[in-house]
Design a protein around this ligand. Structure first.
Ligand SMILES: [Ca+2]
Ligand SMILES: [Ca+2]
Ligand SMILES: [Ca+2]
Length: 164
């Protein structure tokens, strides 16, 4: 098979298309599916972590299914932090788990064995916990615990590169 000039040009323009696609998440953000994700390096309380994500035009991650959950877990295997905030809380009504900033109950969950346990009646915010006892599943913890945020924002599928 020989490549005509026209085929080469088609391939080059396709490569250009995929390259520009990758720019639709801001620097330091990782794309998966229809969202961009930022794994923060600063330890913050749950609500400060949400504010941090808001400042970056996102929110603490809402994990809507197994695919997104698996993406997060695989990514965290290569990060040094063990505990990471996700945007789930029962701060309003005990044991009613809502994605923060919405009235959306968590339909998909991935609790570690024995969780959520509301330990000390003081655990209303959810972390993705990579420590051996939790095995990369979810745990409710105290909202004022300081740990790393996972932010999510929509993937911009137009050609506009989001700055921020
Ligand atoms: Ca999501
Ligand atoms: Ca609770
Ligand atoms: Ca717990």
């Amino acid at each position: 098979m020989s490549l005509s000039i026209r085929n080469v040009l088609t391939i080059v323009s396709m490569l250009g298309y995929y390259a520009s696609d990758a720019k639709d998440c801001p620097d330091n953000w990782t794309v998966d599916g229809t969202s961009c994700y930022l794994f923060g390096h600063q330890k913050l309380s749950f609500f400060s972590a949400e504010s941090y994500c808001n400042q970056h035009k996102g929110h603490l991650v809402h994990i809507n299914g197994d695919q997104e959950n698996t993406f997060i877990r695989e990514h965290l295997r290569y990060m040094t932090g063990e505990r990471w905030w996700i945007g789930l809380t029962d701060d309003d009504i005990e044991n009613t788990w809502l994605w923060y900033g919405t009235n959306e109950k968590a339909e998909y969950t991935d609790w570690a064995p024995g969780q959520p346990d509301d330990n000390g009646r003081n655990e209303d915010c959810v972390e993705f916990n990579m420590a051996p006892g939790y095995g990369g599943h979810w745990n409710d913890g105290p909202c004022d615990f300081h740990t790393f945020p996972i932010c999510e924002r929509p993937f911009d599928d137009t050609d506009n590169v989001i700055v921020g």
